[in-house]
Ligand binder design. Structure first.
Ligand code: ADP
Ligand code: 5GP
Length: 211
């Protein structure tokens, strides 16, 4: 029986290590498809259009909203970010587990639209370590880092909406843990409704045969 993939939402404070973890996950395990979002934020040094994000103007982004091209979108620190619909639907239908690395407003919208999505929240082991990672990444000014740490305070209020908290201390251990959580999620009854219906239908047949 061919299974539909799971929609996996990964959120976490900026600098928690989400991007690094996703890269590790996709490299180490099969069957994951990483959704590439569209954004109006400018590329960081080293980022490539179509790889980390599709970088577009505000006008283009707003046109895509009007065309209903996003599964969800949100504003974060003054920029738009959104998940293109077509890729996600195609990969889920192929049986891939699709990972959306998105912030909390988008995550909550996904949960409303797709109640069987799996929501994971990644944190570093401490906020001191978060500051170290943000500074060490060397991609953002002190003002941007300050903005992102303020935003982290707001995001921390929503952690209980997620299914699991994943602490990114050792990178390999964390990627392995995330993989296990996603694989185990495949066994939840809410993600096996077709199979359960099939088993029930077979039991009904059996009962009818005995009547
Ligand atoms: P995010 O995508 O959550 O904003 P990044 O993946 O860009 O975060 O990681 C932020 C910084 O922290 C990067 O410099 C990355 O190399 C580093 N980092 C990520 N995970 C770990 C880890 N487990 N231990 C130490 N440093 C890490
Ligand atoms: P960054 O600018 O650091 O790449 O991303 C900023 C925040 O936007 C991160 O929390 C990231 O997870 C989130 N984000 C990236 N893409 C999307 C998206 O398509 N939708 C939403 N809602 N958030 C996104």
């Amino acid at each position: 029986m061919k299974h539909r993939g799971i929609l996996v939402v990964v959120s976490g404070f900026s600098g928690a290590g989400k991007g690094t973890l996703m890269e590790r996950l996709v490299k180490s395990y099969e069957n994951y498809a990483l959704s590439v979002s569209m954004t109006t934020r400018p590329p960081r040094p080293g980022e490539q259009d179509g790889r980390e994000y599709f970088f577009v103007s505000k006008e283009t982004f707003e046109r895509r909203i009007a065309e209903e091209a996003f599964v969800e979108y949100a504003q974060y620190c003054g920029n738009y970010y959104g998940t293109p619909k077509e890729y996600v639907e195609r990969q889920l239908a192929c049986g891939k587990d699709v990972i959306l690395e998105i912030e909390i407003q988008g995550a909550l919208r996904i949960k409303e639209k797709f109640p069987d999505a799996l929501l994971l929240f990644v944190t570093p082991p401490s906020i001191r370590e978060l500051q170290r990672r943000l500074t060490g990444r060397g991609t953002d000014s002190q003002a941007v880092i300050h903005d992102r740490l303020l935003r982290a305070g707001e995001e921390a209020e929503g952690i209980e909406n997620y299914d699991y908290l994943v602490i990114n201390d050792d990178l390999d251990e964390c990627a392995a843990k995330m993989h296990r959580l996603i694989q185990d999620a495949h066994s939840a009854p809410c993600r096996n409704e077709e199979f359960i219906e099939e088993i029930r239908a077979q039991l009904d047949e059996l009962k009818k045969g005995e009547e």
